[in-house]
Design a protein around this ligand. Structure first.
Ligand SMILES: [Zn+2]
Length: 81
């Protein structure tokens, strides 16, 4: 972890909700929406783009903003205490 500062309220440096991205590659039925197949990250096949987003999202527990963790880290680096 690195120091973080909320880019929206610009005051919160201490209270956050860490949102761990739990990736579940699935194939669903187009009519019912029910899951037909669930894959691991490797076996979904060539037509299934693997998730490439961040491992974590972060919510500011003061104002509620949800952003990528790097947005909070960059803000802390540009506005040092
Ligand atoms: Zn905030």
């Amino acid at each position: 972890m690195e120091p973080m500062l909320c880019p929206a309220c610009k005051t919160n440096r201490t209270r956050f909700n860490l949102i761990e991205q739990n990736v579940r590659p699935v194939k669903i039925d187009p009519q019912s929406g029910s899951i037909e197949e669930e894959y691991t990250s490797d076996n979904a096949g060539p037509f299934h783009m693997p998730y490439q987003g961040p491992d974590y999202r972060v919510q500011c527990a003061a104002c509620g903003l949800v952003e990528n963790m790097e947005m909070f880290v960059k803000m802390a680096q540009s506005q040092s205490i």
